[in-house]
Design a protein around this ligand. Structure first.
Ligand code: ATP
Ligand code: MG
Length: 385
């Protein structure tokens, strides 16, 4: 076991990294964060910020020399960086596992090879691939294979002509074409797997998106007990198939009552923020535990929870005089005593940027939902989830 006060390293300095730093600090571990952004939220609270690119080998050497173990919060860390660090220090998850999740083609090919349920798709390297795509893939969604997030790099395409136009807009970048599904709803499962193969999963969350960005997560998911158990079992099969050690998130579509795997994230997940307030162990503490070979913690939720994302749009007020930038009035949220507000300390709010979230806790899931919706309206989120 890697025990405190050993120093832990984190690749990536976003909010997921920030919660990892906070969890590690609670447990007695200092953390060094490597991130090229001088204002990265995790680095603001870290013991040391290595302000460097992910491929800066001098900085990687420093990280490897200073830290006992290194994890990541960002799936786009170059696999070569993880491979390099792995020569000197414990790195979890592995470069091999991260690289499968980094690219939608390797990800979906993995699902197909493991006979795991997923939407029909085609790999797209050229316009010819789109002309030859099966008719059943339309209407579809064309997604860039790498670096997409929050619905970016995606286009709805009704037919091959539209798909070719979208492919040109993506500058011919490698894509996947996916059949567009009529979703009943979406769920996700966050789990951790340790080196002996023990898997603990958190209760599944039901996820509602707005404009391609996660808006609200409800726990428990309004799915049958069987469906939730099946989602956890599928997520565990993925972790086993990848030989995964660490925290892994799996997103699912539910279509006509059946689960289809949408995608995996080799890290904690936005839909698992609720574990901070509602579970015996949070997904971030579990990430520390898996990284340090500590026994995994109990994942049970002690309350129902509803998590609401706070996007940068809330910082822009529209008045007859025009748009202006101001801090939202947080006192509106503190009026709800069962609400936990988390702000990420980001330097500047941009529309669509994840700036914070809140979680409402309650013994009764329906009351949690009602209070969360009232709080969401009170802070000025107008459209329904
Ligand atoms: P994130 O970073 O939020 O996970 P992402 O950019 O990686 O998002 P996806 O998870 O592929 O993108 O898609 C975002 C959302 O778009 C999904 O959660 C779902 O609501 C919708 N979506 C994606 N693919 C499909 C599909 N094939 N059919 C129907 N809806 C889809
Ligand atoms: Mg997604």
């Amino acid at each position: 076991m890697i025990l405190p006060p050993a120093i832990l390293g984190m690749l990536g300095g976003g909010q997921l990294g920030r919660f990892f730093v906070a969890a590690a600090h609670e447990m007695g571990y200092p953390v060094w964060v490597l991130d090229p952004d001088p204002h990265s939220p995790a680095a603001l609270i870290a013991d040391r910020h290595l302000l460097a690119a992910y491929e800066d080998f001098a900085a990687l050497d420093e990280l490897a020399q200073g830290c006992a173990a290194i994890s990541t919060e960002f799936e786009n860390v170059p696999a070569g960086t993880l491979d390099y660090l792995d020569k000197f220090v414990v790195v979890r998850p592995s470069a091999a596992a991260v690289s499968v999740c980094q690219n939608r083609i390797t990800e979906k090919t993995f699902l197909r090879d493991q006979a795991l349920p997923h939407a029909a798709f085609a790999a797209v390297h050229s316009e010819q691939d789109l002309r030859e795509a099966a008719a059943g893939l339309f209407p579809g969604i064309l997604k860039v294979a790498r670096f997409g997030y929050d619905g970016k790099g995606q286009a709805l395409v009704a037919n091959p002509e539209q798909a070719i136009a979208a492919f040109q807009q993506f500058k011919g970048e490698t894509c996947v074409l996916e059949q567009r599904l009529a979703l009943d709803y979406e769920v996700s499962v966050v789990l951790a797997r340790d080196e002996s193969g023990i898997v603990t999963s958190f209760p599944a969350a039901e996820n509602c998106h707005r404009k391609g960005i996660l808006d609200v997560s409800l726990v428990p998911a309004r799915a049958s007990t069987e469906l939730r158990a099946e989602a956890a079992a599928l997520a565990a099969r993925i972790a086993e198939g990848l030989g995964y050690i660490g925290t892994l998130a799996v997103e699912f579509f539910v279509v006509r009552g059946e689960l289809l795997i949408n995608e995996m994230a080799p890290r904690p997940h936005n839909s698992g923020h609720y574990t901070l307030d509602a579970c015996l162990t949070s997904q971030y503490e579990q990430q520390v535990r898996a990284l340090c070979s500590l026994p995994l913690g109990e994942t049970r939720a002690h309350s129902a929870a509803v998590m609401v994302n706070l996007l940068g749009d809330l910082w822009y007020e529209t008045t007859p005089a025009g748009h202006h930038y101001r801090e939202p009035d947080w006192s509106k949220l503190y009026a709800f005593p069962t609400l936990k507000l988390h702000l990420y300390g980001k330097h500047h709010a941009r529309p669509g940027r994840k700036m914070g979230h809140f979680t409402v806790l309650d013994g009764d899931p329906e009351r949690a939902r009602r209070v969360a919706m009232a709080a969401r309206a009170a802070i000025g989120i107008v459209d329904a989830p």
